[in-house]
Design a protein. Structure first.
Length: 601
């Protein structure tokens, strides 16, 4: 039997490695920008064409490369970041594997133009699918300019499964945000199809956050800072009133590297448990400075999963730091300008005469005298507040025999209301099989969701203009999603204008929800649509209808009259699904009569 095992060619091996490192155009942007940062760049320019399908260009003013280094940089496991295995536990750079450039060159057409600071002439290298094409001298500025064209041109299956341009661009913008937030001392620009999407000058950390997410966020940021032997933690956490159901900006960075860490996220949100509604989250921007030997970033090629040696101790430090920040915020007294109904306190003037207060008493007043004359022109309070008979009468809760002397005190029993509200959350109503409990918020959510879908499918939703248009500012990634769903928003009854620069003007809202905050409602819709950018229009419509229904549904704690409860229940049972909300939560439950009998046995 002949031998069947053979070594794969380098080109094939590079394509396999590229499957892990280069997943989409955003991966190329991330790797090239991180290399520029490792090279000490102070200004980085990113130019995207067709969401990275056609071209990705990253220009920096870093240290540049020599002729030999430029050629060697595209070989697998060729790196200037580490020298031996021990260096993996003392990393001070973003990259270290030596796989990024080799993986990019394996699935694209790459051109590198670079020059060292001390050299007069640079060099240009061209590669195509890991194959070296040409290298020649070139006149160029100091630093490096990478141009990656026709990504996945030789892997058609990978190129075929790329999402729409809007989706891929949103992923690029998300990667861009993670990089710029941790490097405020570096200037960045981002262009897409000739339009400038972002221009961030070098600045401080707080200002960089504001530049990315808008000025409104500035008033909601609380500083967090603590230094211990294990780690240093700094950054900002949002105030309770900045909490959102979706789209809250939440970022963790360790030693200048973005990471995902659900365990630490619980430590940040734990102090807000009783301060924000259930299901909502506050924004946070937390930066860890840890000894590189105490963390392991060599887990996954994307380097977003990081292990900590002292994870539990750091969790406690982080939670205490956030509690301290929130506590200091609560200690600041607020000025209340609402003086309606309060007594008028006169201002003291030194020149005004001062008189001794006197106490006036009525010596003729006798509290035990039955018929006391009132100084009021009306002798009976019932004349001032006439009560309807049906209001004063109460349902008789307990049947008992009364004597003739007590007959005039008997309460006349009326028909009991058919529904009862429990703690502003549940509607209780008797049914044949027992006691039905309906969650009022979820029931209204189901009702509104189906009504909104019906309106939008038949184009029956009118627009209610608002007197003063609201300006809504999004992050670059959210702005792209908003532009993508702009036609759907108009179909839902919104009147929205794109002002450019990631800002939109809301001139009208769907009729029937005029009293709601248009800015918050639109941000929730865009945040929900961000997760559905690759979905068909029908699913986007359902997502938007659900977002609108969540914003307009009856909140927990709202007191309902018996007629309102009756109306809500009738509308609920007219829906196609009465058991669950659109996102799968239970709407109602029945306590069987047998269970009630057991409880009362």
């Amino acid at each position: 039997m002949s031998d069947i095992i053979q070594l794969l060619p380098d080109s094939v091996a590079n394509q396999i490695a590229a499957g892990e490192v280069i997943q989409r155009p955003a991966s190329v942007v991330k790797e090239l920008v991180e290399n520029a940062l490792d090279a000490g760049a102070h200004e980085i320019n990113i130019i995207i064409v067709d969401a990275g399908r056609t071209s990705i260009q990253v220009n920096d003013d870093g240290s540049g490369m020599s002729v030999t280094d430029a050629r060697l940089a595209f070989e697998r496991h060729a790196t200037s970041k580490i020298r031996e295995a021990g260096d993996l536990f003392d990393l001070h750079t973003m990259g270290f594997r030596g796989e990024a450039l080799a993986s990019i060159a394996a699935v694209a057409q790459v051109q590198l133009t670079t020059r060292l600071h001390d050299d007069e002439v640079g060099t240009t290298i061209t590669l195509q699918g890991s194959r070296f094409v040409a290298q020649e001298p070139a006149a160029c500025p100091k630093g490096s300019q990478f141009k990656v064209e026709n990504l996945f041109f030789n892997v058609p299956a990978r190129r075929k499964f790329l999402k729409s341009n809007a989706t891929e661009l949103s992923h690029i913008l998300a990667a861009y945000e993670r990089i710029v937030l941790v490097n405020p001392n570096v200037a960045f620009t981002l262009h897409s199809n000739g339009a400038e999407l972002s221009n961030l000058p070098a600045t401080g950390l707080r200002q960089r956050i504001i530049d990315v997410f808008g000025k409104k966020l500035n008033q909601d940021l609380l500083p967090v800072k603590v230094e211990t032997m294990l780690c240093s933690i700094s950054g900002f956490v949002g105030k309770p009133e900045s909490a959102r159901k979706k789209g809250a900006q939440q970022f963790f960075f360790v030693n200048g590297r973005f990471m995902r860490h659900p365990y630490f996220a619980k430590a940040v949100l734990a102090p807000f448990e009783r301060m924000i509604p259930q299901g909502e989250q506050v924004p946070f921007f937390i930066y860890f400075d840890v000894d590189p030997g105490d963390i392991d970033v060599n887990i996954h090629p994307t380097k977003t999963e990081i292990k900590f040696d002292n994870e539990q101790a750091i969790w406690q430090i982080l939670s205490a730091a956030v509690k301290d920040a929130v506590g200091r915020f609560n200690d600041i007294p607020t000025i209340d300008f609402d003086t309606e109904g309060r007594p008028d306190i006169p201002t003291f003037r030194p020149g005004d005469p001062v008189s001794t207060p006197t106490v006036k008493t009525n010596l003729q007043y006798n509290p035990f005298k039955e018929h006391q004359k009132s100084s009021s022109p009306v002798s009976r309070w019932e004349d001032l507040f006439p009560q309807k008979e049906e209001i004063t009468q109460q349902p008789e809760l307990f049947q008992h025999e009364t004597s003739d002397d007590e007959a005039h005190h008997e309460i006349i029993a009326e028909k009991s209301p058919s529904h009862y509200q429990y703690k502003g959350q549940l509607i209780l109503t008797a049914v044949k099989s027992g006691l039905m409990m309906i969650d009022q918020h979820r029931a209204h959510l189901r009702v509104l969701y189906e009504e909104y879908l019906e309106k939008i499918k038949h184009r029956k939703w009118a627009t209610q203009s608002i007197l003063f248009p609201e300006i809504v500012r999004f992050s670059p990634a959210e702005a792209e999603v908003a532009r993508q769903i702009l036609d759907l928003l108009h179909a839902f009854g919104f009147s929205i204008s794109d002002l450019g620069g990631d800002s939109f003007s809301v001139d009208g809202v769907p009729a029937g929800i005029e009293g709601m905050n248009a800015s918050t409602m639109l941000k929730d819709i865009v945040a929900a649509a961000t997760e559905k950018t690759a979905c068909p229009t029908d699913e986007q419509m359902e997502s938007m209808a659900l977002s609108l229904a969540r914003a307009a549904a009856i909140p927990y704690g709202q007191v309902l009259s018996n007629e309102e409860m009756e109306n809500l229940i009738n509308r609920l049972f007219a829906c196609s699904n009465v058991n669950t909300t659109p996102d799968g939560k239970k709407v109602l439950g029945i306590l069987q009569q047998g269970e009630i009998d057991l409880l009362m046995a």
